[in-house]
Structure formats: C-alpha cells, structure tokens
Design a protein around this ligand. Structure first.
Ligand SMILES: *[C@@H]1O[C@H](CO)[C@@H](O)[C@H](O)[C@H]1NC(C)=O
Ligand SMILES: *[C@@H]1O[C@H](CO)[C@@H](O)[C@H](O)[C@H]1NC(C)=O
Ligand SMILES: *[C@@H]1O[C@H](CO)[C@@H](O)[C@H](O)[C@H]1NC(C)=O
Ligand SMILES: *[C@@H]1O[C@H](CO)[C@@H](O)[C@H](O)[C@H]1NC(C)=O
Ligand SMILES: *[C@@H]1O[C@H](CO)[C@@H](O)[C@H](O)[C@H]1NC(C)=O
Ligand SMILES: *[C@@H]1O[C@H](CO)[C@@H](O)[C@H](O)[C@H]1NC(C)=O
Ligand SMILES: *[C@@H]1O[C@H](CO)[C@@H](O)[C@H](O)[C@H]1NC(C)=O
Ligand SMILES: *[C@@H]1O[C@H](CO)[C@@H](O)[C@H](O)[C@H]1NC(C)=O
Ligand SMILES: *[C@@H]1O[C@H](CO)[C@@H](O)[C@H](O)[C@H]1NC(C)=O
Length: 825
C-alpha cells in the first residue's frame, strides 16, 4: 500500500533524481576482456554477523513510515518517541517536535497513524511548583529533540529533549521500559528546584479515542487505565489497557488532569466523547500524573509500562513478570540477544562491498520481523489454544516477499503466523487481508492470504498446522461472497463464476465494497484461484483442481489484443493490454498508463472514484499472470517483444518500485530466458532507490515489505509468491549462507568472480554441490536440504538458464512445480 497523499509523487521524482548522481550502478558491464578466474578458499574469509549493521532509522523520512523504536522480534510492545508531522511509525526523521513516548506502534504503514496509545511525558518541574502550570496537553508540551541525539539500535531507542531530559527506552514482549535522565536544574524558562512530573495522556496517534478511564495510586504512583480506540485502516474499535510503574525517586504527589488543569483529588477520572456534540472532536485531553522528589545520584527515573488488550490487571501482570526489577541493562540485553538469534541464521561474506549495502541488507531483514505482532494470550475476541498474531498490515503488501523471507529465515514464526491466520478464519469466518488492532482492515484486491497459505504449504510449513481448515478457508474466499467484501474475502463472485471476470459497473446485490478495480481484481482473483488449484492438485482434489485451474485463466477475458498505448501521442510500440469490460461483453476504455507516473498517478486509490486498476496502471497489471508466464509471453508477442516491453516498463515512469506489485516484474525476465536481465534490473533499483539513509526507501515500508524486497534481491533468491520457485540471480555479496531452523542444514550461494563494482553480474554457469545446475530457478528443497550453489559470474549475458527447459514452471508448459517437505532433523 502506498499512502493516499500527493506528496508520494513529488517524493518519488525528487528521490530518483537526487539518487541518480550518487548511484554506483553500472548500466553496462565494462567492455573488458573476461580474464579473472576464481578459486574458492572459504577459510580465507571472515563472515559478518548482521546485528551491528542494522540501522532502524532507515525509512523514517520521505514516506517510508518505518517504526524505528525498541521492539522484540514480532513484539507487541514497541516504544518510541512520537513526533508530530508524518508520524505513521510514531517517530520520523523530519524534525517534528516530540510530543510523547508511547508503547505500541505499527511500522511502515500507509493510511492514518496507528496506535501510539497512552503516551507518557516527563518534565523537570512545574512552573511555580503548580501542576496546572506544567505543559499537559499534546500541543502544549511538544518540544524539539537535540540535534544529533537520536540513537536507535535493535531493542533500543534514545534521544534528548531540548528541555535537557534524556529519554532511553527498551522493551520486552508486552512491556516498555523508559529511563529518563533529568538535568541538574530545570532548563529555563522553567524555574524551581528539580521535581519531575511524569504524566500519562489518554490519547493515541490518530486521535481516535472515545471512552477512557484512569486511576493513580497515591502511595506507589502506579497509574492504570484503559481506552477505546479506532484501528487506523479498518472498521470497528478496540479496547486497550496499560499499567505504569515508576522507580528512582520518592512520590511527592499524584492526581489526574483534564484539559489544562490538574489536581491531586480525585485519583480517578473517566472520560467519554463530548456529551454535547456526541463526537470526539476536539478530543478531550485527560490523564493522570505523578510528581516526584528530586531523584538522587544519576538523576534517573525509570518508567515501566505494561500493555494488554485484556485488562489493566493483565497489563500489570505482564509488566511484573517481564521486568520484575526495572533492570534496564538486563532488559536491553535480552532484546538484543533475541535479535541476534533471529539474524544469526544468515551469514554473509561481504567480499569488500560498501558498508551501506550491508546496512541496507541487514536492516531489511530486521524490519520484516517487526510485524506481524504476536498477541498470543492478548486476544479478547475468542478463546483458543492457537497462537494469535495481529498487524497484518496488509497481506496485500506482505504476501509477495515478507512471508517468503520469514519462511526461509524463521520458519517457526511463519508456522505460528499461518496457524493464527487459520484461527482467524475459524472465528471470524474469513481469512484476513488486512488486520490491525484486533479489527478488520480494508481489502485492496485479491484474497491474498490464499497465496500466502499455499506458499507456506508448498515449502513444508506443517508443524501443528490444520491444513484441512486452511484449505476450507481458501475455498470460502473463492466461493462465498461476504456481506462486506471491503474488509474480507472477494466481491463480485457471482460475475466471477458466471462470466469469468469482474466487469466494470458490476451488478452485485450480494455484498458491499468499492465497485472499482475490476481489472486488478480479475487478475488477482485468477491468481488466487491458481494457488488453490495448486494445493488441490497436490492433495488429490481433482475436481477442485479442474475448477480452479480453469478460473485461473480468467485474466484472458480482459485481455484486449489490439489495445495500444501512447505516451505524449507517440505509440509506445506495444499491442495488447488489459482493459475494462462490461458484463455484456462490451469493452470500455482506461488509458493503459493511468495510474502510473505517466498519467494520473493518484487516480487509483481505495475510493469511489478509483479506476479499474489499484495503485497501478493496466501496463502493470498486464504483467500479472504469475502462474502461467509462458502463455502471457506468447500472448504479448513472444520473448523478444516481452523483454522489450518489460524494459520499457522499467525505464519509463510507468514502474514505481515503491509499491509492492512492482517487485515481481523485476524478475520476470527469467521467464523469457533472460535471467541476466533480472540481475541487471536488480542492480538498477538497489542501491539507487534502496539505500542506508533515513530517506532510503522508495515508498511505505509496509511492515517490512520494502526491506524484504531488498534482502531477498541481494541474496539472489527472489520468490514467485505462491509457488515453490526462487529466481536465481547473483547475490550482492561474495557469498550468502542460511542455516535452516527446521533441518539444521546450511544453504550457501557463492559467487565466483565476484567484484564490488558489479561488472560481473551475469551468471556464466552454476553448480549445485559440484554438479551443473542449469535451471534459472531453484526450489525450497535447497534451503531445507542445504548445499552449495556456486555461480560463476561474468560481465556479459551468457547461455546459462536461457533454454526452455531451464525456465521456471508455467501452467502451459505442463508443470506446477513440486512441494518441498522437510525430512526430520
Ligand atoms: C546530477 O548533478 C548535476 C550537478 O549537480 C545536475 O545538474 C544534474 O541534474 C544531476 N543529474 C541527475 C540525473 O540527477
Ligand atoms: C586481465 O585484467 C587485468 C585487470 O583487471 C588487466 O590488467 C589484464 O591486462 C587483463 N588480462 C588480459 C589477458 O586481458
Ligand atoms: C578474521 O578475523 C580474525 C579475528 O578477528 C583475524 O585474526 C583474522 O586475521 C581475520 N582474517 C581475515 C582474512 O581477515
Ligand atoms: C517473546 O515472544 C516470543 C514469541 O513471539 C517468544 O518466543 C519468547 O519466548 C517471548 N519472550 C519471553 C521472554 O517470554
Ligand atoms: C462508551 O461508554 C458509554 C457509557 O458507558 C457506552 O454506552 C458506550 O457504548 C461506550 N462506547 C464505546 C465505543 O465503547
Ligand atoms: C475501564 O476501566 C474502568 C474503571 O476501572 C472500568 O469501569 C471500565 O469497564 C473499563 N473499560 C474497559 C473497556 O475495560
Ligand atoms: C462494511 O465496511 C465499511 C467500510 O468499507 C464500513 O463502513 C461498514 O461499517 C461495514 N459494515 C459492516 C456491517 O461491517
Ligand atoms: C452493454 O452494456 C453497456 C453499459 O452497461 C451498454 O452501454 C451497451 O449498450 C450494452 N450493449 C449491449 C449489446 O447490450
Ligand atoms: C563454467 O564455465 C567455465 C568458464 O567457461 C568453465 O571453465 C567451466 O567448465 C564451466 N563449468 C561448468 C560446470 O559448466
């Protein structure tokens, strides 16, 4: 998903222009004689581990929306300083003022900001020692941070406020721990002795709170409370609870505050939406505070904030269990160790590449493990023994590469995630496509969890997974239209089954949703049906196979062979594009360039005036037949024409790599027998548009989707989601090794003739465990069984991987690939 804002256009153009001059990309390998031969001597090299290269601040400006704060892998607690401005991830590197420190976030999302509930705020003293003269409300208290004071590493975030207070934070799974260090004397204009006040605000980042309640204990200073909030890209509301405890200074007094007034009696307050207006605008600001004596010694006060979706009691229990002694160092070390354990399954031999590339790579992996979030034991909606994960934000973004990367690096977590998805189907009646904060989020196109599930099934994700129910869930997507298909399942199923496409101006009295995106939904539903057909075939459900494989070809029904495309009244030279069609079979017209940067980029969002293709043009969606690329290539005029079209797409302003649908077209050259061009295209985008800086992402990270693209591409194994296929391209490093957590075996991809200038990016030939490997793709067996894939590189395209028998499977060439199942360890 990309954000619904015009700045996306400006940023994209600005970013690509600026980056062009700094790019190290070689457009064509140097025309030098190929004369290097490599002899591999593994003992010669030192491998690097990833932890030190993770920079959580990558993607915190220019629309990346990355959450850079402290989190455990897949953790629920996510602590950071929230700034004003573009704050979808809480913090951003765009010089906003800090307005609070809050404990839960999403990362990289479009839509409105997420979560950021119950921010706390420290002050050194209150003017005239009067609590009501402290800065209580958000707009009043916000201050800049000290330039250069921001520090972020996995599990840790820190900055210094211009009030002289240093704020550090770390987390466990459900609890945030803050360490505030106060100045010796309060900074002007505040006058008076050091007597810190810390208050909690019953608010969230999008300002969605309705009912809320807070209570402060006058002896201990413990503050507990709850609130009702809205999800940031979905329907309904959710309740959240917190429990804040303090350590480091004596409690002087306590109380509650409302608007800009505070008092030490009563100790409890409850707020509801404005009774007069019956709505929430403006939000009534309220909360509770604790005022302290001057902290002794190092002038530090620790604040521990436990979170729970169940109750304040459970929030307190989470905090007491996870951080019993307020030990900051121990908590931080545990978080760091958890990240090291996740990252250590990958080893790379950099081969002399720039540190920035290493940072882009490791940070990309890191960001794919921020969400989805493990809320097991925190789900108030139903009782179940299955795990519960949330913040699938959105599967439309994540099914293409995030879950594939997790399946390779962290199959245990991917297994829990799959079980959680199936359990959501069990209790909600449908698989989610977008889900956050216990609520249903908006669907953007296909029922993409189908693709995610089949991908995992093909790659041996089996442990305690109820695949029978998983299959039923997919059939439900394919067969039963929900009343509200704007938040689950598919719309237009009656037309889909009867005429074989989603018509423009569909007549659909069976459900409600935005009646737009007829072209993109057609190709997406077709591919979802292909995925179901795949699982049907391998499980012997032959009738289902026949039915869904037929429906998987429905994309053909919107292919208009004579449709041409002009840029500035000049024909682009290509014939045949997807076009909208009415239910009675007459064509309508959408310029194949709409909604690309060539024409009306912003015309295809989720609103009633959105066009027939979602966040992309007919040019883009005409490439989307992932299950039968062989037929598509023939339909578009054969491999040569196809390659020209793909080149045109990437080198015009039609392709926009900042949105996830554009990932796969980087590698589609493989199907035209030109795997070298996929490698070339990979270097065309990385590092030009993916680099190690706060503005180093081309679009919303979307829970790590951009990170997973960079990581998989740099590893040389980009997947075709929903199939047991990884496209082979040379890693951006001398070698990459991955140890399977399922089998304990190590898979290594090693470049011979690797050079840091990336002149040698074309595979001359390849061996797997010493024997020739001629397929230009490989299956998940490689990661389960381990081995060494050795790629001999050169500066020019070669014959390797170009023959018909070398290409990845396509329906029309008679294969759906195979399923990889792990042998026991
Ligand atoms: C490269 O930099 C030069 C000089 O700063 C500038 O004039 C030119 O427009 C830039 N080119 C691109 C493609 O960014
Ligand atoms: C091989 O390459 C090196 C530098 O890369 C060059 O100096 C040398 O002349 C080349 N040898 C041949 C035979 O081309
Ligand atoms: C690898 O690291 C070790 C320990 O830091 C060092 O002694 C050794 O020289 C390094 N080897 C190479 C080839 O850099
Ligand atoms: C944190 O959660 C993860 C799963 O998301 C779990 O594996 C881990 O054990 C938990 N850590 C602690 C200390 O409970
Ligand atoms: C807020 O509280 C009122 C009064 O208790 C209740 O009627 C209403 O349903 C609550 N609203 C929400 C969204 O929970
Ligand atoms: C919030 O806390 C108040 C006071 O304890 C309680 O009455 C109310 O039911 C709670 N609300 C929710 C949604 O748990
Ligand atoms: C259906 O979804 C829309 C958002 O598209 C929402 O406004 C509406 O409340 C939902 N209706 C139901 C019954 O859930
Ligand atoms: C088909 O439907 C379109 C609009 O829905 C209408 O304009 C056209 O006349 C119809 N054509 C036929 C042949 O019924
Ligand atoms: C790979 O290519 C090199 C250089 O052409 C050649 O020496 C070698 O025999 C080839 N290996 C295989 C397995 O084809």
């Amino acid at each position: 998903m990309k954000s619904f804002f015009l700045w996306a256009l400006a940023l994209f153009l600005g970013c690509s222009v600026a980056a062009d001059n700094t790019s190290k990309l070689k457009w064509h390998g140097k025309d030098q004689a190929y004369n290097r031969t490599g002899t591999y001597q593994p003992q010669q090299y030192n491998y690097t581990t990833g932890f030190d290269y993770v920079d959580p601040l990558i993607g915190t400006s220019a629309g990346g929306h990355v959450f850079p704060g402290a989190t455990m892998p897949f953790g629920m607690a996510k602590a950071v300083a929230d700034v004003n401005g573009e704050n979808q991830g809480g913090f951003s590197s765009e010089n906003g003022n800090v307005m609070g420190f809050s404990h839960m976030h999403d990362s990289g999302t479009g839509g409105s900001p997420s979560l950021g509930n119950f921010p706390i705020w420290p002050q050194s003293t209150c003017h005239n020692d009067d609590v009501s003269q402290c800065s209580l409300q958000q707009f009043d208290r916000a201050v800049p941070s000290m330039p250069g004071s921001v520090k972020a590493t996995p599990g840790y975030f820190a900055l210094e406020l211009q009030t002289g207070i240093k704020a550090e934070m770390t987390v466990t799974n459900h609890t945030a721990l803050y360490r505030f260090t106060f100045p010796e004397v309060p900074h002007p204009p505040l006058k008076g002795p050091l007597s810190p006040l810390i208050h909690v605000d019953l608010a969230d980042l999008p300002g969605s709170r309705s009912n809320a309640s807070v209570l402060v204990d006058e002896k201990t200073g413990r503050i507990i409370g709850n609130g009702t909030f809205n999800p940031s890209f979905g329907i309904g509301h959710y309740d959240l609870h917190f429990c804040a405890d303090f350590q480091g200074a004596g409690v002087r007094d306590t109380g509650v505050w409302i608007n800009d007034r505070a008092g030490s009696f009563p100790k409890h307050t409850q707020v509801t939406p404005d009774g007069v207006n019956g709505n929430n605008s403006p939000l009534l600001a309220a909360g509770a505070y604790v005022r302290f004596d001057a902290p002794k010694g190092n002038r530090q006060i620790l604040v521990r904030v436990g979170m729970s979706f169940i109750s304040a009691k459970q929030a307190c229990e989470n905090a007491e269990r996870e951080i019993p002694n307020f030990d900051f160092k121990k908590t931080l070390t545990a978080a760091e160790d958890a990240w090291k354990e996740k990252l250590d399954v990958v080893k790379i031999e950099p081969g002399g590449v720039d540190n920035d590339l290493l940072k882009t790579f490791w940070s990309g992996i890191y960001r794919t493990m921020i969400s989805p979030q493990d809320y097991t034991g925190e789900n108030p909606l139903w009782k179940s023994k299955e795990p519960y994960y949330d913040s699938f934000y959105c599967i439309w973004d994540s099914f293409r590469s995030i879950h594939q990367l997790l399946t390779i690096l962290d199959p245990q977590s991917q297994t829990l995630i799959v079980r959680a998805l199936i359990d959501i189907y069990r209790y909600e009646g449908k698989l989610p496509d977008c889900r956050m904060s216990l609520c249903k989020g908006f669907t953007q196109g296909g029922s993409n969890a189908d693709t995610l599930l089949v991908d995992s099934w093909l790659k041996g994700i089996v442990d305690k997974v109820d695949w029978e129910t998983g299959y039923k869930a997919m059939i439900s997507d394919a067969e039963e239209e929900p009343l509200n298909w704007s938040v689950e399942g598919r719309g237009g199923l009656t037309s889909w089954k009867s005429i074989g496409y989603i018509p423009i101006h569909d007549f659909d009295p069976y459900g409600v949703g935005p009646f737009t995106r007829s072209i993109s939904r057609t190709v997406e539903y077709a591919y979802n049906d292909f995925n179901i057909a795949t699982m049907a075939k391998f499980t012997g459900r032959n009738d289902d196979y026949e039915k869904y494989i037929k429906r998987s070809q429905n994309w053909k029904n919107l292919f208009k062979a004579d449709q041409r495309s002009e840029i500035a009244r000049t024909d682009t030279g290509f014939a045949g594009f997807l076009q909208p069609k009415t239910a009675n079979g007459t064509w309508e017209y959408q310029d194949p360039l709409v909604c690309s940067h060539e024409a009306n980029f912003d015309g295809c969002y989720l609103n009633p005036t959105g066009k027939e293709t979602y966040e992309g043009s007919p040019w883009l969606y005409t490439f989307y037949v992932p299950g039968d690329m062989a037929t598509l290539i023939q339909t578009l005029g054969g491999p040569d024409t196809f390659v020209k079209r793909l080149d045109f797409f990437h080198t015009s302003k039609i392709a926009y790599i900042g949105d996830e649908q554009f990932f796969l077209p980087v590698f589609l050259y493989h199907y035209a027998g030109r795997p070298g061009l996929s490698a070339f295209r990979a270097h065309y985008y990385i590092p030009r548009l993916f680099f190690a800086a706060v503005n180093g992402l081309p679009g919303n990270d979307d829970s790590g989707a951009m990170g997973s693209f960079a990581a998989l591409t740099m590893m040389g194994i980009f997947p075709n989601a929903g199939q047991n296929v990884y496209f082979i391209t040379p890693p951006f490093f001398k070698s990459v090794s991955i140890k399977s957590k399922v089998t304990g075996k190590t898979a290594t991809i090693r470049n011979i003739n690797f050079d840091t200038e990336y002149d040698n990016i074309y595979i001359r030939n390849a061996t797997l465990n010493g024997r020739p490997w001629t397929n230009n793709w490989i299956s998940h067996d490689f990661f389960l069984e381990g081995g060494v894939l050795e790629l001999t590189l050169g500066p020019k395209e070669s014959q390797w991987g170009t023959r018909p028998q070398d290409l990845p499977p396509s329906l029309s060439t008679g294969s759906l690939g195979h399923r990889s199942v792990p042998k026991k360890m």
